[in-house]
Every structure is written in C-alpha cells, then in structure tokens.
Design a binder for this molecule. Structure first.
Ligand code: AMP
Length: 397
C-alpha cells in the first residue's frame, strides 16, 4: 500500500503543502500559495533542488489548491488520487473534543465549525482547506490532525483557570495548548536520542519559533503547557506578548477608551519582540543586541528570562527531569538564547557544554556536558512529517 501523504496547512491567507512518505518522512515536493484573496498572490513549488515561482491572483482556497495541483502537473511529481494514502490536514483547534487525529466526514466538519468561536482566525481557514480538499480529492481519505490534541492529557488542575463555574462550563474557558503536533514529534525524537522508550522520559520541551510555547511531557503525554485558551499566553513571541496581567485590558479600556479588539490586536500583533525592540525576528534582535542596541538587549533578556522561568516551573511540575529539549527556529539555532535561558542551572543538574552549544549543526543533538544529570537536546521539529505519520496511522487502523 502507498505511504504517500499530501499534507495541507491552510492559514488565514496562505496554503502550505508537502507531499511526503509518511513513514520515512522523505518529501517529494513542497510549496506554498501566499496572499490568497489579495490582488496578487505567489505560488512557490519546490521539487528536489528546484524552486518554481509564479505570481498571479489567487481568488480563494479552491483556486489555491488547484494552482498547487497545476504546479504538480507541470513540474512533477505526478499526484493522482490512486497514488495517495491520505490527505493530512493541520487543524488548529479541536477544543476538548479531539485527543486523536480523525477521519474527516460531514459530522467532523460540523464539529470543527462549532469550534470556530474558540479559534476565529484559524479554524475557518482550516475548515475551508478540508472542504476544498474533499471536493478535489473525493476518493482519498482526509485526516484532521489537531494542534490541541496532544495536550488533552493535561490534568484538570493544569488546564483549569480559577474563574467562575459558568465561564468554565458554559463557555469552554480553559487551557487548551497548541503546537501539539510539534511536541509529539520532538518528544519521540528526544526519547530516541536518550536511548529510551518515550514512556520512560520526563521532558521539558521548548518550541521557540515565531510562535513560542513550552510543555511539560511525562511519558510522552503532555501534563502542562504554556499556551492556554488561545496561543497568546505564555512565552514572549515574535509579535505576541505572552503572559500579561489580565487587568491591563480593563485599565487601557477605562483610561484610554481603547476597544477590546484594539487591545487584543496590540497584544497579538504589536507586542512580543516587536513591541520591545521594533523587530519581530529573533535573528534581527540578536544582531541589534550585538551592536549594543538597548531595546534589543531588553527584548532578548525578557524573552530568555521568561523561558527560564517556565523551565523551572515545569521541572517542579514533573518532579524529575531527563532532558530539556529545544526546537523551532530560535531553539534550534540560537546558542545565545540557550545559554541565557539555561546557563547557571548546575544546581538543578542542567549543565550546558559551551563548545557543543555553539557548534553550528542542523541535526538532532545533545548540547549538554557529558556529566549533566539533565540532558539538553536540540531537536529539529517536523510538523508535516508528524501529520503524515498520524494520517497514515488513521487510514491503516
Ligand atoms: P520558526 O517559526 O520555527 O521558523 O522560527 C522563526 C524564528 O526563528 C524567527 O524569529 C527567526 O529569527 C528565528 N531564527 C531562525 N534562524 C535563527 C538563527 N540562526 N539565530 C537566531 N534565531 C533564528
């Protein structure tokens, strides 16, 4: 049976895709359609070393997927329905309804629709991606893989906010957590590096990309994570604030007359590294800091300190720790961030090896000293492969 899976990630105005082998992870092609619905869009299709780029208006998601399929026709590889085991979809919010990936049918589409209020930016786009793929690949099983699913194992004490019962019971106000697909992948890879079954590991995993979060993972199951009801809570991100005192909303509203939408927007899009330093890209923050820029130095410090606090909190939550695992663009590439967030923790058994930490490498590796009780691992994440793997598991079950 074929193990070929087409993975789709439909965002608010973009569609990313990858065609890969769900077992080996080897990709045949990948690409993206950006600026869907705008005057001019871009399609990039990559096969092997070759990138094919096209500029043209892309009306909607159906147009986007048809354009991508056109690129497969012109530049290869061929993908007809018979050659696909599944189409795997990233769906951001599964609420408390999905702890596993599921086969898409009409009932599932209705349920994802019901969850739109929980993820008003993401779920409508994901839903559109599911519907369009169903139309264009009617004979291929479609599997939805939820970003929240991995965290459904959190105990009640970790996912419950101390708020009135009606908020929790009628309005589904609780912590959900995100980046679950990445945590599933990285936790398994980390266990392989440690030479143990994932069931025998206690990990603090730091997913530090444009969005950033931390998770405490016991035996391969999430027991806590820093993103909450939305992906705003927790760590400092490119443009998102992470943790703030929720009373700031009321204060700004009362004192300045700002609407809740304006405040939300500022916390999502104008805060984080951008709000602190004027740059949302961590590399740029690092560059500016290196030449003495004070705002960039503060941004770096606030970011690193927040990561450090969560490591401490999750170490205590787990009670014992085998490894701190870093992934995402920042976690994988910034030796400075790793040193700032994890340096000076020898008494906690966390000892970085400076040479290993600073060595330029792209593979999964340990950057801790040989005698460190707690390993520090850098593990590149691969969410598309994880989605393909999970999609295959569902269709083969
Ligand atoms: P991701 O969302 O996982 O692609 O991560 C994007 C973030 O990783 C951006 O803030 C990048 O600036 C950051 N990043 C990528 N490469 C590096 C690097 N070599 N050093 C520091 N940060 C990096």
């Amino acid at each position: 049976m074929t193990r070929r899976v087409l993975v789709l990630n439909a965002g608010s105005s973009s569609l990313k895709y990858r065609l890969l082998d769900g077992v080996s992870g080897v990709a045949e092609a990948s690409g993206s359609v950006e600026r869907i619905g705008e005057d001019s869009g871009t399609l990039t299709h990559s096969v092997g070393e070759q990138d094919h780029t096209e500029e043209r208006r892309v009306a909607d998601f159906e147009d986007a997927l048809r354009s991508a399929l056109g690129a497969f026709d012109r530049h290869g590889p061929p993908i007809d329905q018979d050659s696909l085991a599944a189409v795997g979809h990233r769906v951001v919010h599964g609420g408390d309804l999905f702890a596993e990936p599921v086969l898409v049918d009409d009932r599932l589409l209705d349920t994802v629709e019901d969850l739109v209020p929980l993820a008003p930016l993401h779920n409508p786009a994901n839903l559109e991606g599911l519907r369009v793929a169903q139309r264009l690949f009617p004979d291929v099983p479609q599997v939805a893989v939820f970003d929240t699913a991995f965290h459904q194992t959190m105990p009640e004490r970790a996912y419950t906010y101390a708020v009135p019962a009606s908020w929790r019971e009628e309005h589904r106000i609780r912590r959900y957590g995100f980046h679950g697909t990445s945590y599933a992948f990285v936790s398994r890879r980390a266990a392989e590096l440690l030479g143990r079954a994932v069931e025998d590991t206690n990990l603090v995993v730091l997913h530090l990309g444009n969005g950033a979060s931390a998770a405490a993972v016991r035996g391969g199951r999430s027991v806590d994570t820093s993103m909450g009801f939305t992906p705003l809570e927790g760590l400092v991100m490119g443009t998102r604030s992470g943790d703030v005192d929720p009373a700031i909303h009321g204060h700004l509203h009362r004192e300045l007359g700002w609407s809740l939408d304006e405040i939300d927007r500022a916390l999502y899009r104008e805060s984080g590294l951008l709000g602190l330093s004027g740059a949302n890209d961590f590399r740029e923050v690092t560059r500016r800091r290196a030449v003495g820029d004070e705002a960039a130095t503060l941004a770096f410090d606030v970011y690193a300190y927040r990561v450090r606090k969560y490591v401490g909190a999750y170490y205590a939550a787990l009670g014992a720790l085998d490894a701190v695992v870093l992934t995402g663009g920042v976690g994988q590439h910034s030796a400075e961030l790793r040193a700032a967030a994890l340096g000076g923790l020898e008494r906690l058994g966390i000892v970085l090896d400076p040479a290993r930490n600073e060595a330029r490498a792209t593979d999964a590796r340990a950057v801790s000293a040989d005698g460190s009780d707690v390993a520090v691992l850098v593990v590149p994440t691969d969410e598309e492969w994880e989605i393909a793997r999970q999609a295959l598991e569902v269709v083969e079950a």
